[in-house]
Ligand binder design. Sequence first.
Ligand code: GLU
Length: 451
Amino acid sequence: MSYVDDVLAMIEKRDANEPEFLQTVREVLNSLRPMIEKNEEHYRKEALLERLTEPEKLHEFRVPWVDDNGQAHVNRGFRVQFNSAIGPYKGGLRFQPSVNLSVMKFLAFEQMFKNSLTGLPIGGGKGGSDFNPKGRSDAEIMRFCQSFMTELYRYIGPDEDCPAGDMGVGGKEIGYMYGQYKRIVGEYKNGALSGKPIPFGGSVGRDTATGYGATYFVEELFKDLGKTIKGTTFCLSGFGNVCWGATKKISELGGKVVAISGPDGYVYDPDGINTPEKIDYLVEMRNSRRDRVQDYSDKFTSAEFHAGQKAWGRVNADVYMPCAMQNDIRIEDAKRIDEEGHSKIIIEVANMPTTQEAVDFFLEKGYILAPSKAVNAGGVACSEFEMSQNAMKLSWTAEEVDEKLHRTMANIYHNITDAAKKYGMEGNMVAGANLAGADKIIQAMEGQGIC
Ligand code: GLU
């Protein structure tokens, strides 16, 4: 058996109860074959893939907190510090009931390649809790964040590990966590968290960076395809921060987002989500913590709500962009998309939104599929800009940040397409992203000896 097969067999046995982690490890290691096979014995001797797939550190802790009625609760907190070969651990915190060790490890593993792709000096990490913010008051959220940080503070710092937001964690939560961190450590080290509000060290443009970055990536891809965002229709999923940023930039560039979704179903707005009132309403929906997309069609009569359904293959659009969460497009959705013949372009924005079976199906059918670890890297790139500004104790203008973000996304697009070409996988951006991301990490790990 090849080295990749041996390592996969070992991990499948050892981490058999971690399905999301296994899914991402299989995807990545399979696409690294052309690189590993060139120098297989060397990598085997150095246990490179075993080291690449094992987190450097894993922290799991109890998070006790008290609700507004005086009832105590206990949630589980995590921080996975996957790899620090190219920089301090970096990655978001997710507060969502589906969070568990497997989900945390999958996200941290993906993050390490994504962060490498940005070209910036950041390693990979991820954290969060199975806490559900839905329906919780601000006071409850604050108490939860303070309790979470009371444990997390020992593992983070500007040169050690810098968490940021993810699902369920935005500027407000980051602010509460930073306040608690500052009290405990007794120093103003605001580079220990990114995604902060502007008055205490946040970067302009961080809130829109993931969505804008994804749109800049599409712009770059479209140059190669001879297309423009102007006049193109997009079907998105989710209605959170990432979906909002992408919708805002797409409509600014003359494209039209016609669908978004939530846990309750999807909304189709044939007129497009393209007025400031409609776009701002997405923020209001998120801030309400109702977790319900139907609120959009209740407010805007141009839209129809489809309860309990996904938009994939049901909405006519030129580009499909899943912006919600993992495994959103499954094989049955991929087949429906194909049967309806709407769109041949899938731009993943959420982390691992397409199942492996659906990815294979799309690639076989000749779809253009852009992988999330490249497309959504603008968020973490801007977080690193925030760390740099905090370290220098100054702040950049919106124009400077946007220019850097634009350049980062264009570089990522060209790096991944070049890497795919270099290893004989031309046109396969999924493989290209894994190969380009891994290349730098592997070089850094090799340069630092067995550690
Ligand atoms: N959670 C975001 C991601 O998946 C952002 C991470 C960060 O800014 O550190 O990349």
